[in-house]
Design a protein around this ligand. Structure first.
Ligand code: G3P
Ligand code: CA
Length: 278
């Protein structure tokens, strides 16, 4: 009888973990659901939310007047109709650019009229829109090119009560290739979940990272099963980027990764649900 009870308790616990998703692999919508809408626009974020992404990823840039915006590149050339370095524009100037038409031209099969004229967003605009209804995965890019970027980010997140000293972990994840940036944040807000981006392989490297970060973010091309195992042994989670193909996703699930960055939330969802339902 005792064993039957234990078995029942174990089965119920296992089921609830799958149902509420607490233990499932996190889907991080890379630049929003960027296979279907222009990256880092409201349309891409809306789709990511609708499709059930666990996190929406935002790459940070900063205008010359110190406003944090969501943009991947150093320049506006690829994703707008403008030209020049992001930090040479004021917010007023960058807001005049069309951040959606390039997508319609490049991907006519996914084009939508509504994408034309979409605007670059400030981080505050994104937070004002979504508040705590989504989870944010924010990449600090080029901190040396944008002095004051980290303090401004922390100020914005704190003012919107998304972070606090000793607060809940996981509503916001901050990722960076720059370890100094992560260490700086760790010292100020030890409760923010931090991911060290990059390709690390040695036990020593992982041990060093575990002193200030919660996980590592390697590129898929450098991923191995052994890396996941070693990272887990050091208490680090593994969020791998950027995976859109079903077979690659399946392989990562078999390797027991904790999260995947994807440009295609519905494919990731399908694969993860499929595997969970086996
Ligand atoms: O943030 C993970 C991954 O997105 C890093 O590459 O160039 O897409 O920001 P990138
Ligand atoms: Ca990124």
């Amino acid at each position: 009888m005792r064993y039957i009870l234990l078995f029942l308790i174990f089965s119920l616990t296992a089921c609830s973990a799958t149902v509420d998703g607490a233990n499932s692999v996190k889907i991080i919508a890379h630049r929003g659901d960027s296979s279907y809408a222009p990256e880092h626009t409201l349309a891409a974020y809306e789709l990511a939310k609708e499709q059930g992404a666990d996190y929406i990823e935002l790459d940070l840039g900063m205008t010359k007047d110190g406003q944090l915006i969501a943009i991947h590149d150093d320049t506006v050339d690829r994703t707008t109709n403008g030209h020049g370095r992001v930090n040479s524009f004021s917010l007023l100037e960058i807001k005049k650019l069309d951040a959606g038409s390039w997508f319609n031209e490049k991907f006519p099969d996914k084009a939508k009229e509504s994408y034309s004229g979409m605007k670059i967003l400030t981080i505050e605009e994104v937070i004002n829109k979504y508040g705590s209804s989504i989870n944010y995965y924010i990449e600090i890019k080029k901190p040396n090119e944008y002095p004051g970027m980290i303090d401004e980010l922390l100020r914005v997140l704190k003012s919107h009560k998304l972070i606090s000293y000793g607060g809940t972990r996981g509503k916001v994840i901050i990722e960076s290739f720059n370890s100094d940036s992560l260490k700086y944040i760790h010292n100020k807000y030890p409760n923010i979940l931090l991911i060290q981006l990059g390709n690390f392989s040695t036990k020593e490297q992982l041990l060093e990272i575990a002193a200030y970060a919660d996980g590592v973010g390697p590129s898929f091309s450098k991923m191995t099963k052994e890396l996941v195992e070693e990272a887990h042994k050091k208490g680090l989670i593994v969020h791998c980027w950027t995976i859109d193909q079903q077979d690659d996703l399946k392989k990562l699930l078999e390797w027991d990764v904790d999260g995947v960055f994807t440009n295609n939330v519905r494919v990731a969802k399908k694969v993860i649900m499929g595997v969970n339902n086996l």
